[in-house]
Design a protein around this ligand. Structure first.
Ligand code: AMP
Length: 424
């Protein structure tokens, strides 16, 4: 008998590895739940025509393609977006917008196997359909940040660009679609001379060269500089404004964007607006990436639907956690125990309980009429995370006492900040 091994680029995941993958999958599902993305399951085998329609030559040339026994040209899915677009143009055609869809599973690409690059790998994929607003773009970045932060990844950074800036220039100059693709691809690889040699117009070349050289101290300054650089191209200017708005939403929600890449285009052909990737310093490959693709649904025969999405590479996230020495854990809802000090505060305390429960926390109310010491003893025994102590003098100030039962610290917190403080 031959010595059977997995096919090149394929891996067996043994018990511990499967456990770890499942833990990351559970966390990805939790993200979907928190952001209200409904999970759908689509087939691993799709028609070759569908999955090759609008990806990129890089992916098209690396698909696992075959004829099935019925002589149909099929392929193992290289990503989820084409399958989701198929749903949105058919069975979900009339579903209310915005539509938030989540998928998770294995995808297949004939990539050259190396660390973090496999031929079968796992992705979690989130697509938001029906909104062309910058807050929708921001949501996909924030969701990615939430996922990585919740897993405990210590250091990661976001790279952001906007395909509409270069495309706006090339469109206005009526550069043929095929040449545009070539230019974007070469600029993405930083082969600028080669990219510019595809263009005839010297003015375009100098504007693009200017974009390559844009510098600034922070992301807003760089985006502003890009806007100045493309001032004669109205669509490119709009794209820079759009990028600025998205960045404002993201930054004001506490997620930092580390670099703006004026010439970034991320391989896939269907992007029309924001594009982003997340990386860790220890690996040169991205952990996840996404962007806006406003024309894909239309190209698939559906009603024109703006859309933005992201795919996370779960194997690479796992690798990054290992490299950074992080032991990922399942996220559990924080357990809170609410204690009223005195009978007349029970109603107010119960109101607080219900409000916290409505925010998805696990909350238990003191129903035994115990004094604070005894109630806290019980909360500690039950391994609660926090006690919220509702007392008269604090309440007069619109506050309660929040006791961290793990760290044994207590502070007074205004009621309107209570949830935020617990979730910190
Ligand atoms: P893409 O679908 O190309 O936007 O990729 C999304 C994410 O999938 C990337 O950021 C990677 O984390 C992951 N990924 C892509 N190709 C591979 C591969 N060959 N092996 C493992 N992960 C991959």
């Amino acid at each position: 008998m031959p010595d059977f091994k997995p096919v090149r680029g394929m891996r067996d995941l043994l018990i511990e590895e499967t456990k770890q993958l499942n833990l990351i999958i559970r966390n990805a599902r939790k993200v979907a739940k928190c952001y209200n993305y409904g999970e759908v399951t689509t087939p691993i085998v799709e028609s070759h025509e569908l999955v090759s329609a609008k990806s990129s030559d890089e992916i098209r040339n690396r698909m696992f393609t075959f004829q099935d026994l019925g002589d149909r040209a099929v392929a193992l899915r290289p990503e989820f977006t084409a399958s989701i677009a198929r749903l949105v143009t058919t069975v979900l055609k009339k579903a209310p917008r915005p539509m938030r869809l989540f998928s998770i599973g294995s995808v297949y690409r004939y990539d050259e196997p190396q660390r973090g690059r496999y031929r079968e790998f796992w992705q979690s994929n989130y697509e938001l359909m029906g909104s062309n607003k910058p807050e929708a773009d921001a949501e996909l970045i924030l969701l990615t940040n939430y996922f990585l932060k919740a897993l405990g990844l210590k250091k990661y950074f976001f790279k952001v660009g906007h395909i509409g800036i270069i495309k706006g220039i090339l469109d206005q100059e009526r550069v043929a679609e095929k040449t545009q693709k070539e230019v974007l691809h070469l600029m993405d690889k930083k082969e600028y001379d080669e990219a510019f040699s595809q263009l005839k117009n010297d003015n375009v070349k100098s504007v693009l060269q200017g974009l390559v050289e844009v510098k600034g101290d922070d992301i807003f300054e760089i985006t502003d500089e890009m806007r100045v650089q493309v001032k004669d191209y109205s669509k490119a200017r709009d794209a820079a404004d759009n990028l600025m708005e998205i960045l404002k939403f993201v930054a004001s929600s506490g997620c930092s964007i580390d670099s703006i890449q004026p010439t970034f285009s991320r391989g896939l052909e269907y992007y029309t607006g924001l594009i982003f990737e997340v990386q860790v310093p220890e690996l040169e490959i991205s952990l996840g990436g996404g962007g806006r693709y406003d024309r894909l649904i239309e190209l698939f025969g559906g009603i024109s639907t703006p859309a933005v999405g992201v795919a996370h590479g779960l194997d690479r996230i796992n690798l990054a956690l290992q490299i950074q020495g992080v032991e990922a854990k399942d996220q559990k809802a924080k357990k809170i125990f609410v204690i009223p000090i005195g009978e007349d505060l029970r109603i107010k305390a119960l109101n607080i309980v219900e409000e916290l429960r409505n925010s998805g926390l696990f909350v238990e109310f003191e129903v035994m009429g115990r004094k604070m010491g005894k109630a806290l003893e019980y909360a500690n025994k039950c391994k609660m995370d926090y006690a919220v102590i509702v007392g008269k003098s604090e309440l007069k100030e619109g506050s309660v006492a929040l006791r961290n039962l793990v760290k044994h610290e207590q502070i007074n917190v205004k009621l309107e900040n209570l949830l935020k403080k617990i979730q910190e």
